[in-house]
Design a binder for this molecule. Sequence first.
Ligand code: GDP
Ligand code: GDP
Length: 455
Amino acid sequence: ATHEGFDPEEIEGAIDEAGHGPLPVLAVVGRPNVGKSTLVNRIIGRREAVVQDKPGVTRDRVTYEAEWAGRRFKVVDTGGWEQDVLGLDAAVAAQAEYAIETADAVVFVVDSTVGATDTDEAVVKLLRRAGKPVVLCANKVDGQSGEADATALWSLGLGEPHPVSSLHGRGTGDMLDAVLEALPEAPEQTFGTAIGGPRRIALIGRPNVGKSSLLNKVAGEERVVVNEIAGTTRDPVDELIELGGTVWKFVDTAGIRRRVHLQEGADYYASLRTAAAVEKAEVAVVLIDTSESISVQDQRIITMAVDAGRALVVAFNKWDTLDEERRYYLEREIETELAQIAWAPRVNVSARTGRHMERLVPAIETALQGWETRVPTGRLNAFLGELVAGHPHPIRGGKQPRILFGTQAGTRPPRFVLFASGFIEAGYRRFVERRLREEFGFEGTPIHISVRVRE
Ligand code: GDP
Ligand code: GDP
């Protein structure tokens, strides 16, 4: 086979990159204004998250990819998260909790010009109990004279404070070396992309959509809760439930069951929990309350699951409340608001009456199957050849960019890398994705397509 002007090593590298498994996750935690966001910007450099072209879905990204000394990892920036809604201590604790649940290592940032505060001490306790590796960043050491302030932070009992100036870059290299030592080569936790054990389901959706009712219904009907696994740090977070002869793990049910009656900040807290649950799951079941209009918040939750690359099922709950009129508008809303995930299996259920509960498991199985589908390279290229011949890319500047060949670099979710002779426009990429779905299924799964252009 010809490589059509691509260097074989370049091809291999591109496939490797597109197909890489889960990257280890580093969370950056600390009080407001200690310099978390400044540090994160320094770590990711110019490698800003690529904002994809996804109309109708609000993006709310806090995770970036970074690379240091040839190793890649994800950085979770907790700096941009709302600080005020919960009160300072609760907000910082929520960040730490999120980091504990989802990260492989933590950078704990302290403002060395201020020194360790009570809030800092409280976070240290949380982090210590979790047993995750922690790198202590003594930030705002802009010059030699600040070194003593950094040394004072030995008192936190987290080992060596790394004196850093996130603003100017001083000391960040040494600190990142320490980060690499702390991070495992690959994520160790049973996150979404880890293989083995019962399949992991996250029930997500905004408050009051019926998550808790649905969980009770499925758990109740089928001779329930096999077991409760103690969370590593606190309450039991996962539940094993037998459904249709198979044991499933519903992750982070503590977040569902625990009634959070905070007046303000409940949404904020809920969104942290959602992100944590999604990280741990293979498939997300997003509940939508059909008695209300589909909201931006619903879309944001869906986006979290899609961006995390999880399989997706949409459960339209409270179906028992629908009358003809609401049903008419709901159909329209689904068309306009959820067009981006038209590929996700839908079930119309009622956690109250038990309507169509039996359809949940088949929908989940379909989504997981799509998530794991692998298209052999030969078949893919036969398909691409026909597609390109039948529907060539529009001519731009007198040239016609062509997709030359491609391969599926990974699964869970499916990831493709296409090699092209010129820039492939977003519209044509979407067309390729649509045709891929028509041809190979991929029901219930996001798919990633990256395009390499011949120099
Ligand atoms: P966050 O709330 O923890 O994300 O903090 P930011 O990154 O927004 O930083 C808060 C303030 O501290 C900003 O004014 C930054 O410019 C400043 N800052 C951050 N890092 C440093 C540093 O290393 N040295 C100095 N002097 N200021 C810094
Ligand atoms: P969560 O906050 O997402 O866990 O939602 P809950 O399970 O606590 O449900 C919120 C409210 O919606 C409760 O009053 C439930 O009784 C009600 N609810 C849940 N599912 C249904 C349903 O299928 N139909 C109707 N009519 N009400 C429901």
